[in-house]
Design a protein around this ligand. Structure first.
Ligand code: NAD
Length: 496
């Protein structure tokens, strides 16, 4: 695989888009305001990107609405829609190195993770929704004789997709794949930290044959561009992935404006429960380490609460600490890096404050606990494990979004379930046991959108992903994602 020098050379040559993309054209905000995007591995500026505000969002929405109403995409034969999206998937793979580099440089993840996981993942999701276009049938209702009632799905109109920085291209693909496949027009608003792959995605979509205006990308700050989309009276659907606080704001925006549909995929604090009869504790320890360190722990479904049955506690912790030693952070362009830089200095400091508060609250540090400076940049956090003193400390209650694991011991199954469920978040959970009955029993009782048994973070385009409680209620991926981007129409015919 390519060495560090190869990626450094690519980075030096790489152009960073500093514009939005509206109506098929590069667009600069009317105000001419910009915001800076920083490479967290070097603390240097990558670009000053145009900062869209309400007046720019109006133009993007008009473009999307006009494209939708014209039927140029919404009424296009399904085979043609499919061909365009398959071409987009192929173009994503053709630009795999560039997209991986843009992802890594803006948010700090190891470039090889982006290359091996994120970019092919996005291409696969787009292709999967492309292939699904002509395989979904509508319904005929069992109405009384002399009538025929059809239930058909229609595209809704203008969809605004607001996405975070932790998997910028993947989560954009999770939204635009089904939204475009269903025939909608989309306005994509990437995070201010990582806007580049969204812009390139829209450029590649144009190259693939998507008509102008069907996919617009607006760059800008959340409080400006994001809020303007949330409050816009001609946006029909918001599909949002991000923090619970901002998710709540989107529900208010909808209430204040046109009662647009709002679908939220928000934060998490997922429990990973290790029962004493789990036979492969080595694998459980390896996956527990992965579950908190992958993507620097900047994962909504990170397994950030570890619950271990008392009988195996010392043995399991020894294995876990051993596995965690493989996850020391490194410069993200280093091909051996398993963890890279945190997204920003401010976020790294926030993670450090969580660690300090947990220790001040009586937590016991079992590993890590410090930030690291690599090549003169201090944006790295060691894998950290803290045995927490109670359920009411912030490390147990709040989403940290870093490689910091909160650990508790339990004595029996009911205590494990109670500890796991006593939480505002309900995104994902993992259970390790070789007792089939226990696996099913516990899975049924856990509050979570996804329960992984004998693995962590089970994720595939074929199954829905999303949570309950304050983790939100939307579901990305699988055919169920179409529920967000289509509306049902009943057509009732009295036969004469
Ligand atoms: P964030 O909520 O700060 O930002 C998400 C998006 O909302 C960004 O595009 C941002 O610009 C925009 N935004 C911010 N403030 C806004 C406002 N006041 N009005 C309108 N828009 C606004 O989240 P983040 O820091 O980018 O991402 C991390 C969060 O995302 C974590 O909480 C994580 O759990 C969550 N997340 C959830 C999932 C999931 O599927 N459930 C997946 C990935 C990330």
């Amino acid at each position: 695989m390519h060495n560090r020098q190869y990626w450094e050379t690519l980075l030096q040559r790489q152009a960073f888009c500093d514009y939005a993309l509206i109506d098929g054209k590069r667009y600069v905000a009317r105000s001419a305001n910009t915001y800076g995007v920083i490479n967290p591995a070097t603390d240097t500026a990558l670009a000053e990107v145009t900062a869209c505000q309400t007046e720019d969002i109006d133009i993007a929405v008009q473009s999307a609405r006009q494209a939708f109403s014209s039927g140029i995409w919404s009424e296009r034969p399904l085979q043609e829609r499919k061909a365009v999206l398959l071409k987009l998937s192929a173009l994503i793979l053709e630009h795999r190195e560039e997209l991986a580099l843009l992802e890594s440089a803006s948010m700090g993840k190891p470039v090889l993770d982006a290359y091996n996981i994120d970019i092919p993942g996005a291409a696969h999701v787009i292709a999967w929704y492309a292939e699904s276009i002509d395989k979904i049938y509508d319904e005929v209702a069992p109405t009384r004789p002399g009538t025929l009632a059809t239930i058909t799905r229609e595209p809704i109109g203008v969809v605004a997709a607001i996405v975070p920085w932790n998997f910028p291209l993947d989560i954009a693909a999770w939204k635009i794949g089904p939204a475009l496949a269903a025939g909608n027009s989309v306005i994509l608003k990437p995070s201010e930290n990582a806007p580049f792959t969204a812009i390139r995605l829209a450029e590649l979509a144009l190259e693939a044959g998507l008509p102008a205006g069907v996919l617009n990308v607006v760059t800008g700050l959340g409080v400006d561009a994001g809020a303007a989309l949330g409050k816009h009276r001609d946006v029909d659907v918001i599909t949002f992935t991000g923090s619970t606080t901002v998710g709540k704001a989107f529900m208010s925006y909808a209430g204040e404006s046109n009662l647009k549909q709002v679908w939220l995929e928000c934060g998490g604090k997922s429990a990973n429960i290790i029962f004493a009869d789990c036979k492969d504790l080595d694998l459980a320890a390896e996956k527990a380490a992965f579950g908190i360190c992958f993507n620097q722990g900047e994962v909504c479904s990170a397994n950030s609460r570890l619950l271990v049955e008392r009988a195996i506690y010392p043995q399991f912790m020894a294995k876990l600490l051993d596995k965690l030693s493989d996850w020391q952070p490194d410069h993200p362009l280093n091909p051996d890096a398993k963890m890279g830089a945190m997204v920003s200095a401010a976020h790294k400091e926030k993670v450090q404050r969580f660690i300090q508060a947990a220790l001040d609250d009586g937590g016991i540090l079992r590993a890590g606990g410090a930030s690291l400076t690599i090549e003169q940049v201090a944006n790295y956090i060691q894998p950290t494990v803290i045995e927490v003193a109670g359920e009411n400390i912030s490390l147990w209650r709040d989403e940290v979004f870093g490689p910091v694991l909160a650990v508790k011991v339990f004595d029996d199954e009911s205590e494990a379930i109670a500890l796991a469920n006593n939480h505002i978040y309900a995104l994902a959970a993992s259970v390790w046991t070789d007792d089939l009955n226990q696996a099913h029993r516990v899975a049924r009782k856990l509050h979570a959108g996804t329960v992984s048994i004998n693995t962590v973070d089970a994720l595939d385009v074929t199954v829905p992903f999303g949570g309950n409680r304050q983790s939100g209620f939307g579901r990305d991926l699988s055919l169920h994602a179409f529920d967000k981007f289509t509306q049902l129409k009943t057509t009732w015919i009295e036969l004469r």
